[in-house]
Unconditional design. Structure first.
Length: 280
């Protein structure tokens, strides 16, 4: 795979702040939907005219700020996408399908990103690559989502109904053990738990909470876990390995029907974690 930036070049119209018609908005929306369905679009946005922007010019130790507008219209960027494609040829084919983003003649430029492999002759020790990998891992974790995961030992549905009635909770998803697309392992569930809640998600006060009945009965709330959803398998493996150090793995990372990669671990401080990738 290769990563490319696809840049919509500015025109006199875009620099004048001419807004697109409904027809163009619909056409571009449909094109973006195709990109998302194809799994190649990472991000994309339009940019305001350069009269709302600034440039910082570097000259030795001196820095000077220049306020737009900038006169080189054909060198300015009015919008962009970031795509992950198999080749430049694939990127070109997608750009050819794009509606003309401007009212006048326009250009879209495609530029590949550098990868660390391009700097192999400079980074002979691998030090810079390791630093880059660590930074990317940190950035990825900053975008991860963390949820409390509650276990109600057989009273989950009762608790949910109570929260809905009295504290304004909203149930977003509920799946019972009997709804599982895969057979439940023998002897995993206590008797009578077949219709208990295997997994649910509810929103309360703007926060999303995960919950389950667990696999057996109990007289009180049996505990909770922190459910950490990360973006990539590499992130999941690195985080899981770190949490496992001097801890106890309850369920090794593996593919499940609800996640491409999922595992459970109790860390060295006694905190229970669920580490997972989002469902595809």
């Amino acid at each position: 795979m290769m990563k490319v930036m696809v840049m919509v070049k500015a025109t006199a119209g875009s620099e004048a702040g001419v807004m697109p018609t409904n027809e163009l908005m619909e056409a571009m929306g449909s094109f973006n939907e195709e990109l998302v369905k194809a799994g190649i679009m990472e991000s994309g946005d339009g940019l305001k005219p350069s009269n709302e922007g600034y440039r910082v010019r570097f000259s030795g130790s001196k820095r000077s700020v220049i306020q737009g507008p900038f006169v080189e219209t054909n060198e300015l960027v009015a919008g962009y996408w970031v795509w992950n494609v198999s080749s430049m040829e694939e990127a070109l084919e997608w750009v050819k399908k794009c509606p003309n983003p401007m009212f006048e003649d326009s250009d879209i430029e495609i530029r590949p990103f550098y990868s660390m492999e391009d700097f192999a002759d400079v980074d002979t020790s691998g030090e810079f690559r390791a630093q880059e990998d660590a930074l990317r891992h940190t950035l990825s974790l900053q975008k991860a989502s963390l949820n409390n995961y509650l276990f109600f030992s057989g009273r989950c549905e009762e608790a949910l109904n109570y929260y809905v009635q009295h504290v304004g909770a909203k149930i977003d998803l509920l799946m019972r053990f009997s709804d599982s697309p895969e057979p439940i392992p023998e002897d995993m569930l206590a008797a009578g738990f077949e219709d208990k809640v295997m997994h649910c998600e509810f929103t309360l006060g703007g926060a999303k909470v995960f919950a389950s009945d667990g696999c057996n009965d109990g007289t009180t709330l049996s505990g909770f876990s922190l459910a950490l959803t990360v973006a990539t398998a590499q992130d999941a493996q690195r985080v899981f390995a770190a949490l496992s150090e001097n801890g106890q793995v309850t369920m090794p990372l593996a593919e499940t029907f609800w996640s491409p990669l999922y595992g459970q671990v109790t860390d060295q401080f006694g905190m229970a974690w669920m580490v997972m990738l989002p469902a595809t």
